[in-house]
Every structure is written in structure tokens, then in C-alpha cells.
Design a protein around this ligand. Structure first.
Ligand SMILES: *Cc1c(COP(=O)(O)O)cnc(C)c1O
Length: 359
């Protein structure tokens, strides 16, 4: 049975991307590979129109967390004073990474269901004790899209540099690359970009690579090493060549489907269809309208229905949804509409939701 994945990555692949992944055997020390690497790096910058003179897309092997850890461990100088915003699992992960690498930091904690408290954040940044702010753009824990324009503006005002976990938003949501405060974004291939797992990247200002941690905090995760080698058309370590072949095809598909704006409109349309069916069946969204990303929505489990019942009912019909994380597991479930989902798949999904929730 072919399952349609409605979890927040990995996603259902298009035939083109799936085939591209196994289309050739590539040696990573041959010109064919370097051409592919160049193409993927420039296509990634083109997604948001980042000028290659000032920005670099640095590719590396690993999941989204690898990108996040490499961004924090290498782009925070040794004397950085970091503030971390937490309103979900992924904000807390940033603090955990900082702990492990001995990066001094303070946290602005929120309950997982809350928006960022700007009334608290403003004075904290104005205090002048922080050089860097790390935050999650789309907090996949709840589907909340944190207001990143406002964050970037505050950072600009107070001369603070912004490091962003854009793992589940890059390719589908607006990101303020024009803000001088935005230093870097950590991203993975297998969420909104529709590639296969195994490859991730950091889009960062070239100036940030020059001011990176010295001495390095890690061998593999040190972005300046990857950037220097990739700029000179080589690679420090064996890259995930198949994931790169797939991402190359996926980026071509993204461009053909209207870029991030086209994907934003498409995801919003699909999520709206799901929301209408669920609301009619009495299932309530966790967040108020306007708070969620277009990528993923969280819903409260209706009375009398367990997550297992809903999950299994949908899986029998060919769809995989996602449970809540941690303490939210008993209260909610999540549906993402990323990936290659056809109109026919959507028709079947809406019918399956109706059957499972009204049954
Ligand atoms: C998926 C995700 C990650 C990284 O998860 P991996 O399992 O390491 O790929 C990080 N941040 C956010 C916001 C995510 O959605």
C-alpha cells in the first residue's frame, strides 16, 4: 500500500524526485558531482533571492538537527552572548545544543501553546547583554508560525544578530532575508523542499562564516570548512550524493510550481480543505486562525476518540498523521499537507477524515 505522509517530513515524494535519487552513481571527487553541488547551492539561494555575493548555502550530510547544531556550534563566536526563545520542542532543542557545546546562554521560556511574549523580549534585548538571538520560525510542536519579521525588527533595533531554525518553513513561508539582523537559517531537504532525508544546509551571510567560532567547536559541524571546500568545488567529507540528486530535482519542481509563494498558496489551500472538513465534524484547531503556519495544523482530540483510533483509522485508508509531542500527546494530533499530494489524494483524504471523525 502506498501511504500518503501527512507527518511533518519526510514527505510523499514525486516520481521525479524519487527517480532522481537513484538515477546515477556519482563519485564525489569527480566534476559531475561538483556541477551538481554548484547547481544545488545556487538554486537554494535563488529560493529567496539571496545575493550570492553576500550569502552562502552550505550543504552537509544529516537531518535538520545537524543543520541546527552546525549553525549554532560554528556561527556563534567564542564570546557570543546568546538568548534562546523557547515555545516548543525545537526551541528547547536549541538550548540543549548550546548546553552541550558549552555556549553560554539565557532562555526566554514560554508554555508550548503560547506566542512569543514581545513585551518581555523587547526589554531583554534592549538591556544590551546579548549579541545573538536564536529562535524557531515555524514551531512544528504546535504548528505556530512565530512572528519572525517582528523578531528581526527588534534585533535590528538593538544590534543583535538572529539565528533561525527554518527547518519546517524554508520553501513555504516568508523569511526576511533582507533584514540586516538575519545571520543564518538552518534547513533540511525533506520538509517543504520535498527532497529525501539525509541532507541539510545552512543559508548564512558570508560575513558570519568569517566571524565563526575560533577555535572550532566541532570538526564535522564547522560550517566554514564545508563552505571553503564547496566554494573551491570540492567537499571535505563524503556527501549524501543521492539526497543531493533528489534535492536538485525537488528544487526544479519548486521553481516550476511558483517558488515558495506558489508552495505557500498550495499548502494553504490544502490545509484549508482539511480544516473545513474537521471543523464540520466538531474537531477544533489548537491555535486561533492566523497563528498557524501553512505547513502544519494541530487539532484537539475530540472527546471519546483516542489518537490511536484516529491514527489507525486513517492509516487503514492510506494516510499517516502525526501525534502531539510530550505533554501534548494526550490532547492533540497534527496534520501536515507538505509533499506531493494530488487532487485525487486530497479527495480520498477528505472522505477518510469524514469517515473516521463521524464514525
Ligand atoms: C523537523 C524539525 C527539526 C529537525 O528535525 P530532524 O528530525 O533532525 O530532521 C528542527 N526544527 C524544526 C522546527 C523541525 O520541524
Amino acid at each position: 500500500m502506498r501511504y500518503i505522509l501527512l507527518n511533518p517530513g519526510p514527505v510523499s515524494l514525486s516520481e521525479r524526485v524519487r527517480k532522481a535519487a537513484v538515477s546515477q552513481d556519482l563519485c564525489h571527487r569527480e566534476p559531475e558531482f561538483f556541477k551538481l553541488q554548484d547547481r544545488v547551492r545556487s538554486a537554494l539561494l535563488e529560493v529567496y533571492g539571496c545575493d550570492p555575493a553576500g550569502w552562502a548555502a552550505v550543504l552537509l550530510g544529516g537531518s535538520g538537527t545537524t543543520a541546527l547544531e552546525s549553525m549554532l556550534a560554528s556561527l556563534l563566536p567564542r564570546d557570543a552572548r546568546l538568548l534562546v526563545i523557547e515555545n516548543g520542542v525545537y526551541g528547547e532543542r536549541i538550548s540543549r545544543i548550546a548546553d552541550i557545546h558549552g555556549i553560554e546562554h539565557q532562555t526566554l521560556e514560554h508554555p508550548w501553546t503560547d506566542a512569543i511574549d514581545y513585551a518581555k523580549l523587547g526589554p531583554l534585548l534592549a538591556g544590551g547583554s546579548f549579541s545573538h538571538l536564536a529562535a524557531v520560525h515555524h514551531e512544528t510542536t504546535t504548528g505556530r508560525l512565530n512572528d519572525i519579521d517582528r523578531l528581526a525588527e527588534l534585533c535590528e533595533q538593538h544590534g543583535v544578530e538572529l539565528l533561525l531554525d527554518a527547518v519546517s518553513s524554508f520553501g513555504a513561508e516568508a523569511i526576511p532575508f533582507e533584514s540586516p539582523a538575519l545571520l543564518a537559517c538552518a534547513v533540511t531537504a525533506n520538509k517543504c523542499l520535498h527532497g529525501i532525508p539525509g541532507m541539510c544546509f545552512v543559508v548564512c551571510r558570508r560575513s558570519a562564516l568569517k566571524k565563526a567560532a575560533d577555535p572550532p567547536r566541532s570538526l564535522y559541524l564547522h560550517l566554514p570548512l564545508w563552505a571553503e571546500k564547496q566554494d573551491s568545488r570540492t567537499t571535505p567529507f563524503t556527501p549524501p550524493v543521492n539526497a543531493m540528486l533528489a534535492l536538485n530535482a525537488a528544487l526544479q519542481e519548486l521553481a516550476l510550481s511558483g517558488g515558495w509563494q506558489g508552495r505557500h498558496a498550495h499548502y494553504s489551500h490544502l490545509a484549508g480543505q482539511v480544516k473545513r472538513v474537521l471543523t464540520r465534524a466538531g474537531v477544533e484547531p489548537l491555535l486561533s486562525p492566523g497563528e498557524s503556519s501553512c505547513v502544519l495544523n494541530a487539532y484537539r482530540l475530540p472527546k471519546g476518540k483516542t489518537y490511536e483510533l484516529i491514527h489507525d483509522g486513517l492509516k487503514q485508508r492510506g494516510f499517516v498523521i502525526y501525534a502531539g509531542q510530550g505533554s501534548l500527546a494526550a490532547e492533540m494530533f497534527r496534520i501536515s499537507t507538505m509533499g506531493d499530494i494530488s487532487n485525487y489524494d486530497m479527495e480520498r483524504l477528505l472522505a477518510a477524515l469524514q469517515a473516521v471523525f463521524s464514525g
